[in-house]
Each structure stands twice: as structure tokens, then as C-alpha cells.
Design a protein around this ligand. Structure first.
Ligand SMILES: [Mn+2]
Length: 429
């Protein structure tokens, strides 16, 4: 089921007058600075972010999971929920799948995507848990996967990644994201050097068999599930990996996978400089890999990341990173969280577009620290909501997507149709 165009139109009718006034007011304000609001709206409308298939189910913590009503029971219902997010928010026309959680015949996935107006972004493999029902994966990943000491386990993990690529290729994806849980809990448990070398060897086998037009993203994460060392621990290791693996290999930056207070925007700038920025997993965090809604804790940091992206200009266009959300929703309706997050990501982009870059460069060159800082913050302080609304409206979405979603009664309807949700994957990756 989908939310009818008439429901969205009726909700919009009530708010349209106010929106027009807000858009005109912001347009006037920007015009005084020589900026065309319509041009900025067009850029924002062209920016989209993929939603994670695993994000539409309720996530969990290390301690428990509290399922919500009407959780999708499989990939096709997940895609239904993803379509609602895109229909209302107009910013998320692609879905990132997780394999084998989302295992299904490729033709059916393609048909469902076409029916819902959804495409498929990067594929995610899964060697951080065992798959006892899969005859092709009889060996355990308890002590690692691509870096495991046993070559048979590594070979199994390589084959699993290639199987993930095979499905991705059949549904129009062009990239594989590899995140492994490999690591150790105790000093001495694992040889740090040899584990990394084994990982590189296994990744080289995957890269050698990757389709010509595919990219591979290595996603680093400082800790968890391993608590002493992680094989792919930081952006330095990820960069080393991408360099070693060659032209098809890039780094993926998950905003929650860094030590507290790390300057993520600087990492982004470095990876752009190196031509190795492959993509993002957007989310927000206060303490660790919290997987909270993008922009909900530190919207300024999100803005600073987008400031680097906008600053990079043509160099970024050449890299064409994959923009994806990776969140775990434990206490909210996942559809609402994902609509909100996509909006916040676009907000950060719009604010970054509105930074006066010529003035900023001038102050930087003059070492006027205060005015450089003020010029940057002037973009962040702008209320760009009318631009976000206009971009949504032009895509057929809702002026207030969360209000329209609540009015639609979608959650109650799917709760009636989808009894006894069973967990299909966690959400903290
Ligand atoms: Mn991630």
C-alpha cells in the first residue's frame, strides 16, 4: 500500500499559502545578497540520499529490542516503507540493500523497485554474523571473516561478498560496501599486522572479480563488536586499503564510527584530496556508534561536513560519492526518523550552499579568524526550511511530511496487515 496523492495534496492545501509567503520572504533576503533562491532550490532538489533497507525495522541495543507495530517482515515490505519515505519526503529515491537479510529473486526486486519508483544504491555484505541456514556458509565468523586465520573462512567470506555483488548487479547497483566485525577483545589475541594482511589479501580477491563498472567501499569502525582492536579501525586504515586495492576502491565514512571529538569534516577533506571518498553513512551520535537520526545531536557537524563537500566543487563531482543513511531506530517510528534525517541532510547541504565562499576565502587569506568563522556560521544560521519544502513539493512530496504521514494512518494500516513482526537483522552496522 502507498499513501495516496490525494492525501498528500489535501495536507499540502492547508499549508501552501504559508509556504508561499515564507519562500518569497527568504527569496527576497537571498536576492539582496545576489543569490537566486530558485537556483539553490534546484541544487537541493537534485541532491538525494539513499535509505537503508534495514533502517525501516526497529533496531535494538546490545540489551534488547522493542519491536514496533507493523514492522516489515521481508524485503518487499521494507521497500513499501521506503517508498512512503520517498513519496512524502521526495529526497530518497534509492535503497541500500543488506545481503542476505534482503535475499530475494533479482527480477522480483527490480519489478518492485520499478513499481515504487525506487532504485538501488550500494549493496552491503554481511560477514559479521553466521548464516546457519545457508549451505554455502557453513563456517563461523565468530573469530573473524575476511581477516580470519583459517583460509577456508576467508574464502567463504570472499564468495559471500561476490554473491552480494551478483545480486546487486542484477538490480542495477554499482557498488559494494564492506564492513567487517573482525577484531580482537584482548591484547595478544590477534596479531595486528597479520590480520590486516589477511584482510587485504581477501579484499584483493573480491576486487579482482568485481564487475568493470563497480566500486568497492571499505567502511571503517573504531570498535564494536570487537573492543580492543578492529581490523578496519579508522580512516587511515581505510585509506591504506583503498590505495592498496587500486582504482575501484574507495573509503566510506560512517559519521558514528570515529572516536569522540574527531574532526570528521577534516577526514572528508583529506579523502577528497586523495580522490578516495566513496560514500557516507549519515547518522548522529553523542558518545559512540549511537546511530541516531542525522542532525539530531550535532547539526553543526553535519553542516561542516557539507561545507567541505560544497567547497570541493568539481573534485567532488568527479568522485560522485554514494550518500546513504545508516541509522538504528529504537524509540521512534523508523519511517518518521528516515524522513526527518533525509530532510536534515538536505538542510545541511542547503546551508553549505549559502555560505559566501568568496568572502570566506578572503577572510581566510587575511587571517581574519573572527570574520572567517562568522561568514561560515552565517550559512548555518539561515533558516532554509522554505527551500527544503519547495524541493519536496516539486517532487510531489508533502510540505510537512511527518504530519501528512501521521494523518494518512499508514502505520495503523500496516500494523493490521503485518502481524507478529519477526526480526530481520539488527541495525547497528
Ligand atoms: Mn555504517
Amino acid at each position: 500500500m502507498r499513501i495516496g496523492r490525494d492525501v498528500i495534496a489535501a495536507a499540502n492545501d492547508k499549508l501552501r499559502g504559508e509556504h508561499e509567503a515564507d519562500y518569497a520572504a527568504l527569496g527576497e533576503k537571498l536576492a539582496r545578497r545576489g543569490v537566486s533562491i530558485d537556483a539553490v532550490t534546484r541544487q537541493v532538489a537534485e541532491f538525494s540520499v539513499a535509505v537503508p533497507s534495514w533502517g525501516v525495522g526497529t533496531g535494538g541495543t546490545r540489551f534488547a529490542r522493542f519491536p514496533g507495530p507493523g514492522e516489515p517482515r521481508g524485503i518487499f515490505e521494507k521497500l513499501d516503507d521506503c517508498a512512503v519515505i520517498n513519496d512524502l519526503g521526495g529526497a530518497t529515491p534509492a535503497v541500500s540493500l543488506h545481503y542476505p537479510w534482503d535475499k530475494a529473486p533479482a527480477a522480483d526486486l527490480r519489478a518492485k523497485g520499478e513499481e515504487l519508483g525506487l532504485g538501488f544504491d550500494a549493496m552491503n555484505s554481511n560477514t559479521f554474523q553466521d548464516h546457519p541456514d545457508d549451505p554455502r556458509q557453513p563456517l563461523s565468523y565468530k573469530f573473524g571473516s575476511l581477516s580470519h586465520g583459517d583460509p577456508a573462512v576467508r574464502a567463504q567470506a570472499v564468495e559471500h561478498n561476490l554473491e552480494t555483488v551478483e545480486l546487486g548487479r542484477a538490480i542495477g547497483s554499482k557498488a559494494l560496501t564492506v564492513w567487517i566485525g573482525d577484531g580482537s577483545n584482548f591484547p595478544g589475541q590477534s596479531d595486528l599486522g597479520r590480520a590486516f594482511e589477511r584482510y587485504l589479501g581477501a579484499m584483493k580477491e573480491i576486487v579482482a572479480r568485481l564487475p568493470a563498472d563497480w566500486r568497492i567501499f571499505s567502511e571503517h569502525k573504531m570498535y564494536e563488536p570487537a573492543f580492543y582492536s578492529t581490523v578496519m579501525a579508522d580512516w587511515g586504515t581505510s585509506y591504506l586499503t583503498a590505495m592498496e586495492l587500486g582504482d575501484k576502491a574507495f573509503c566510506l565514512v560512517d559519521l558514528g564510527h570515529h572516536a569522540p571529538n574527531v574532526n570528521i569534516e577534516q577526514i572528508v577533506a583529506r579523502l577528497i584530496h586523495a580522490g578516495k571518498l566513496g560514500g557516507f553513512h549519515f547518522n548522529d551520535s553523542k558518545y559512540g556508534d549511537d546511530d541516531l537520526d542525522a542532525g539530531s545531536i550535532d547539526p553543526f557537524r553535519l553542516f561542516l561536513v557539507f561545507n567541505e563537500l560544497v567547497e570541493a566543487g568539481a573534485r567532488l563531482d568527479a568522485l560522485a560519492p554514494s550518500y546513504m543513511i545508516d541509522q538504528s531506530h529504537n524509540v521512534t517510528d523508523p519511517i518518521e526518523s528516515l524522513i526527518r534525517s533525509a530532510g536534515e541532510i538536505r538542510r545541511a547541504y542547503a546551508q553549505a550552499l549559502l555560505v559566501d565562499r568568496a568572502a570566506l576565502r578572503g577572510y581566510q587569506d587575511e587571517n581574519d579568524a573572527l570574520m572567517a568563522s562568522e561568514t561560515l556560521k552565517a550559512g548555518f544560521r539561515l533558516d532554509v526550511e522554505p527551500i527544503l519544502v519547495r524541493a519536496r513539493l516539486e517532487a510531489g512530496g508533502a510540505i510537512d511530511p511527518i504530519a501528512a504521514y501521521r494523518t494518512s494512518g499508514y502505520r495503523a494500516q500496516v500494523a493490521a496487515e503485518r502481524p507478529a513482526a519477526k526480526a530481520s537483522g539488527g541495525g547497528i552496522v
